[in-house]
Design a protein around this ligand. Sequence first.
Ligand code: NAG
Ligand code: NAG
Ligand code: NAG
Ligand code: NAG
Length: 371
Amino acid sequence: MMGLRLHLCFLALFSTFLISIHGLGPLCLPEEHVALFIFGDSLFDAGNNNYINTITDYQANYEPYGENFFKYSTGRFSDGRIIPDFIAEFANLPFITPYLHPGYHRYTDGANFASAGAGALAETHQGMVIDLKSQLNNFKNLESLLSKELGDAEAKKLLFRAVYIISVGSNDYVVPFTRNSSIFQSYTPEEYVDMVISNLTFVIEEIYKKGGRKFGFPNLSPLDCLPLARALIPGNTGACKQELTALAILHNKALSEVLQKLENELNGFKYSITDTYTILSERINSPLKYGFKEGNIACCGIGPYKGINSCGGKRSVKEYELCENASEYVFFDTGHPSEKANQQFAEQMWSGTLNVTGPYNLKELFEDKWV
Ligand SMILES: *[C@@H]1O[C@H](CO)[C@@H](O)[C@H](O)[C@H]1NC(C)=O
Ligand SMILES: *[C@@H]1O[C@H](CO)[C@@H](O)[C@H](O)[C@H]1NC(C)=O
Ligand SMILES: *[C@@H]1O[C@H](CO)[C@@H](O)[C@H](O)[C@H]1NC(C)=O
Ligand SMILES: *[C@@H]1O[C@H](CO)[C@@H](O)[C@H](O)[C@H]1NC(C)=O
């Protein structure tokens, strides 16, 4: 066994020159190396949508996005870092590059497949975003690339030890509401949630088949409290608990149930859910307690709650206002947390105690080398 390993590493070193021009990192990964793979929507997209044919509604590659940390816009929907950036920092990894970024890639650290606006349902912003199943296909392409470059055994080991984080669902519920779609006349809330969860389940199972064992999820927030929902959705009175939040609650219950089921069915499957529903609600209700001044109104945008999606002035509505200090706000724009709020979410995902994150937190999943 040892001999075989040395042999593989020798071969790997031998081909390092070839591999480095393909932009891959070092081979013979240290035993403790744990990669991070990222899937989902704008909460996790670090810039994939910069490279697809879409419209500025689903892009954040212009000012003032990113300015408080990166000093320029990267495509992240925040004034600075997003949740996966903090998780990578906590795990001693560099920021994980968007899969579609044409530049240098160290895929041995992981990859970010997330796409702003994406949902688990293909219909959600269809043609404008990379839906979850297409993200999975990108992951499968990466898997064959890794197998070619590292050899099957090392690639398998990398995928086996890696942590997979997925943020998806909000758009599947929010989009039909912002468009006043009649979809909820065709499906009961339970049926609709079932479709979203089964699409997500399919993707989890496919990643598992490729070797993935450790999965992390934020659950859905009280969607009626997002500035965009308060400002835009017909019939929303500004209260946090209306139809959209009811769907989020159903979704969160179904997500917990399906993950428990997968844990029973799939050998070695481990997961972490963070109760972002509660974490966000607490910050909206008591911003001061968590170091914010404003929990309801966004920092950047226009209209009621700054809920009209105009931050940056490059979308259909050109007028926008920008607050002086985004760190005082829970929401940076109409649907996305400020960097400071992202940091607090990431801390809860990383090391949150059982009342917010369980059955494992991400720190435990990263440290678990023996799945
Ligand atoms: C997910 O949902 C859509 C319906 O929007 C369906 O067409 C698609 O095949 C489903 N499955 C997956 C794995 O995405
Ligand atoms: C939303 O759609 C319903 C019918 O589907 C219609 O009666 C209602 O007026 C629409 N509301 C808005 C604000 O467009
Ligand atoms: C912005 O607000 C945060 C949180 O209240 C505070 O710590 C920071 O000093 C402020 N920055 C500036 C430039 O005023
Ligand atoms: C969870 O428990 C921690 C530590 O016991 C506590 O500080 C925190 O407020 C609790 N959070 C929630 C949402 O109950």
